[in-house]
Write a protein that binds this ligand. Structure first.
Ligand code: HEC
Length: 157
């Protein structure tokens, strides 16, 4: 039994090691890029979910509040995701150098998303379908797209 437990432990440790990869081989800055891209994917997931509701494909209108509030929360500390030394001069990233050369503009862009998410959350709480659709379009345009067009390298480039 004891032997079995040891074997189980060794197996668990091997699984953890395989999942984490060789510790220390990956630089922390690379991890930051991976982390921020994951957060962006989360935003994309919320936007996709809301879009399905707004198009009337599913009737989960009452879920929109949770998605809008999640976007709002994720946008609150977005600047943290772009620390110095994580730009395109040093790492593979689609963030443009402008994120660091124009920090005020970048912060303003994060605030625009935050504001748009607040507005969408309020519209969702009111349950007004038209207002939800309008605020959602605004969030994508003034929140996501506005920042991407100034601060993100287009994926096709
Ligand atoms: C303040 C600027 C800013 C805002 C606002 C913003 N993004 Fe981004 N986004 C970026 C930058 C910069 C990158 C490139 C990150 C990188 O490659 O390191 C990015 C990358 C992405 C990616 C690609 C992630 C990957 O796997 O490489 C997706 C998807 C994305 N954003 C979705 C969204 C959505 C959806 C919203 C709105 C809800 C949003 N973003 C709002 C700046 C922003």
């Amino acid at each position: 039994m004891r032997r079995l437990r040891n074997q189980t432990f060794a197996l668990a440790a091997a699984v953890v090691a395989a999942t984490l990869g060789p510790l220390g081989a990956v630089s922390a800055d690379t991890d930051v890029v991976e982390y921020r891209q994951s957060v962006m994917q989360l935003l994309e997931g919320h936007v996709d979910a809301i879009m399905t509701v707004v198009r009337g494909q599913v009737a989960f209108t009452d879920h929109v509040v949770a998605h809008a509030e999640s976007i709002e929360q994720l946008s609150q500390n977005m600047v943290d995701l772009f620390p110095p030394a994580t730009g395109p001069d040093t790492l593979p990233t689609n963030a443009l150098q402008q994120v660091w050369s124009n920090p005020n503009g970048f912060q303003t862009a994060t605030l625009a998303l935050q504001q748009a998410a607040t507005n969408l959350s309020l519209a969702a709480q009111s349950g007004d379908q038209l207002a939800i659709a309008q605020e959602f379009n605004n969030l994508r345009r003034a929140g996501c797209d506005a920042c991407h067009s100034s601060f993100r390298r287009r994926p096709s480039q």
